[in-house]
Write a protein that binds this ligand. Structure first.
Ligand SMILES: [Mn+2]
Length: 483
């Protein structure tokens, strides 16, 4: 985390106010108390009297024409508190060259900006909008806490296999409910499949479990997060609270609903609630919320609203970044390592391209992992990994996008015989096989990938790849156990 650095710049602790309008006294009020010295030049004796009680403020009289600078005018910054544009320009004419000249006047804000002055504070319209937004959020938090304050068995449900956003949102809502003394259960209806999500649940050490039938019946307040009752194919829960960012499927009958499909994550909504209500966000909660926002918006690169960016900013410094980087790095399952090493040992390099055919495999994830990591090889600008999954040939393309477009390569190679496409750095093709043997996929791959290559060279490619497939498969894993 960046530490605040001492700098010779930006350490101004002295501000000079020049003028006579109604903004002088409030502006002084804004500045004093923060260890800032204020010097005021004014032609108005009433202002001089009004400023007498303030400490750290020196007031000097100036001629009402403001025609000339006072003899000992301090350095910038300056705040001009005059209403007439002519007078503001007149004062600026004798001020030193600086960008730090603010104009505080009752005049229209736009005109101040148009005249080349900075404005000191945000406009009242902006402040009002922000206040109203806060109030409506607080009203929402009040409503939720009212609903659970006397509940005996509040229940928070995540739909199916809970993703990080659902987990973050559920914990955020639980924190709000717990502030009333309620003890909500947090449950999911499916099964946790992804390794990272298991890791996250382990880290949180919260009793988050699979929903049992009697729990739903016993619950007196049911909340659904990051989903809507309409998601259930049968027996949707009778939810009292629904908070979600998915498009609305059917009208929501819940007593409380907050559905914002323009938000990138449900965690964002919960971060807003917690921040506006001034509730503490502990490290683990912040980590879950941040990870929820990050995964649903692909690190703020997809479906991201300004609300998501603001929420990200508000919890970023509270989160556990060592744990988040552990999560980000946990992508290769242990049992894939042998297949990866087989692939590396059986690579075929042609100019700046690397080709690996894995033969029959269980999951295309292997192709993605290997293609991504082989792109790190010096001199390799694009990688193609192929494998037969069920009755399809899957070809994964990865490139740096610098001099080639692998998405269009995938399309021109396989677009006519299967579905193929992508963008400059990523491409993919899926070709239906009609029960053909894995051997024929080698020809299919080479003939389509290298349409304009000399026949002899293509045959060499096919021979090498076939030999690879007929050779030894991945070696058996060696594991050191403690037993
Ligand atoms: Mn989500």
């Amino acid at each position: 985390m960046a530490r605040r650095r001492a700098s010779t710049f930006g350490s101004t602790r002295l501000l000079t106010i020049i003028g006579n309008n109604s903004q002088v006294v409030p502006t002084v009020g804004l500045l004093v108390g923060g260890n800032i010295s204020v010097v005021v030049y004014t032609d108005d004796t009433h202002i001089e009297e009004a400023l007498a009680p303030y400490t750290g403020v020196s007031v000097f009289p100036i001629d009402s024409s403001y025609a000339e600078p006072p003899p000992d005018l301090p350095d910038s910054a300056y705040i001009l508190c005059v209403n007439q544009d002519v007078l503001a320009k007149q004062i600026r004419s004798w001020l030193p060259n600086t960008f730090a000249i603010f104009h505080a006047s009752s005049e229209h804000k736009g005109r101040t900006a148009a005249n080349g002055f900075l404005t000191l504070t945000t406009s009242p319209t902006n402040n009002r909008k922000q206040l109203l937004r806060r109030l409506s959020t607080l009203r929402r938090v009040d409503k939720i806490t009212d609903m659970v304050r006397h509940a005996e068995f509040p229940l928070i449900i995540m739909y199916s296999d809970p993703d990080p956003d659902a987990i973050g949102a559920a914990l955020g809502l639980a924190a709000i409910m717990r502030s009333t003394g309620a003890q909500p259960l947090i449950r999911y209806t499916g099964e946790v499949r992804r390794y990272q999500n298991k890791l996250m649940l382990n880290y949180l050490k919260e009793p988050i479990e699979r929903l049992r039938t009697n729990e739903l019946e016993a619950a007196d307040v049911v909340a659904v997060v990051d989903a809507q009752p309409g998601f259930w194919k049968e027996n949707p829960p009778n939810a009292h609270i629904v908070i979600d960012h998915h498009p609305v499927r059917e009208p929501c009958k819940a007593a409380y609903s907050d559905l914002r499909d323009h938000y990138g994550s449900t965690s964002t909504i919960l971060i807003e609630y917690l921040i506006e209500a001034g509730m503490p966000i502990r490290r683990k909660l912040a980590t879950a919320l941040l990870y929820g926002t990050m995964t649903d918006t692909a690190e703020l690169s997809r479906n991201t609203s300004s609300a998501d960016i603001k929420a990200y900013d508000q919890v970023h410094h509270k989160a556990d970044h060592y744990f988040l980087s552990r999560l980000a790095k946990s992508v290769v399952p242990m049992n894939m390592l042998d297949q990866i090493s087989w692939g590396i040992n059986h690579r075929v390099v042609f100019r700046d391209m690397m080709l690996i055919h894995f033969g029959e495999i269980e999951t295309p994830d292997l192709l993605v992992q290997v293609a991504d990591s082989m792109l790190l090889t010096c001199g390799i600008n694009w990688v193609v990994c192929a494998g037969k999954v069920d009755d399809r040939l899957i070809v994964v393309f990865r490139g740096d996008g610098h001099r080639q477009d692998v998405g269009s390569r995938a399309r021109s190679a396989f677009g006519k015989i299967g579905s193929a496409g992508g963008h400059r750095t990523m491409g993919r093709a899926e070709i239906p096989l009609n029960g053909e043997h894995v051997d024929t996929t080698v020809e299919l791959l080479v003939h389509n990938l290298f349409k304009r290559m000399a026949e002899k060279r293509r045959e060499k490619f096919i021979r090498i790849l076939r030999n690879h497939l007929h050779g030894r498969g991945p070696s058996a894993p060696v594991e050191v156990t403690t037993k």
